[in-house]
Design a protein around this ligand. Sequence first.
Ligand SMILES: NC(=O)c1ccc[n+]([C@@H]2O[C@H](COP(=O)([O-])OP(=O)(O)OC[C@H]3O[C@@H](n4cnc5c(N)ncnc54)[C@H](O)[C@@H]3O)[C@@H](O)[C@H]2O)c1
Length: 254
Amino acid sequence: MSTHPSTPAGARLSGRTVLITGGARGQGASHAERLASEGARVLACDVLDDAGKATATRLQEAGLDVEYMHLDVTSPDDWARAVQHARTATGRLDVLVNNAGIIHVNPLLEERAEDWNATLSVNVTGPLLGIQAAAPLMRENGGGSVINVASIFGVVGAAGYVAYCASKGALIALTKTAALELAADGIRVNALCPGGVSTPMNEHEKEGGVIPQTPMGRRAHVREISGAVAFLASDDSSFTTGTEMIIDGGFLAH
Ligand SMILES: NC(=O)c1ccc[n+]([C@@H]2O[C@H](COP(=O)([O-])OP(=O)(O)OC[C@H]3O[C@@H](n4cnc5c(N)ncnc54)[C@H](O)[C@@H]3O)[C@@H](O)[C@H]2O)c1
């Protein structure tokens, strides 16, 4: 089972089916472990098939119900296949964690349309396609919870990251609109805004990045984000929708 100390003894996600994008590594793999350790059956999806299979195997060997499936979040066909698999295997889909994301650095005036479009496509269009694919099955079972992984850089700017900031800001706005449209179906939609988190995304700048501006003086461990995902996935957050939850070691408190 899970090794982290904050895992509660209860199984508040027992009987629930969860789909996590970007689940091969980093935060997504940690979310898969946490939600499965709370009783969920987890479909971890990614484009990194070798890493995804290795993660699923590691978690299965720990006794967790985690399966890997290839899913490029920009592909409507891949989304249809993944949701159909959830339907066939478990008859339901309760939680969608839109966690996949990409980032690149370009000065604003040198930003290339190709990089801009790729970032918007994965970070914003991907979650939109995911909600469109998942909502009908969620609705059939009375509702569900969608968690869109945005960023503190959807709330404030970051020099050199124009496409990333624009994409995460758009994802927060998408979240609020989806929450309004889907509330009547029992589907809650929330955004999560992590500050710096230690993952492969920023391993090239171990001591730099946001750390100097973070009052707690460090990046989060992935497990510190997974606890919030578990809260938003579970009925403990049953009256929470349309919000952006900030978990940033104090970064935005300035
Ligand atoms: N690391 C941080 O400091 C930080 C801070 C705030 C928000 N975030 C966000 O958290 C999320 C998770 O990132 P991470 O830190 O674990 O980084 P990561 O690079 O380890 O994980 C991102 C995952 O998304 C997958 N992915 C990329 N494009 C995809 C696509 N088209 N289809 C499916 N999967 C795809 C990658 O293969 C990878 O497994 C991202 O949305 C990221 O923007 C990260």
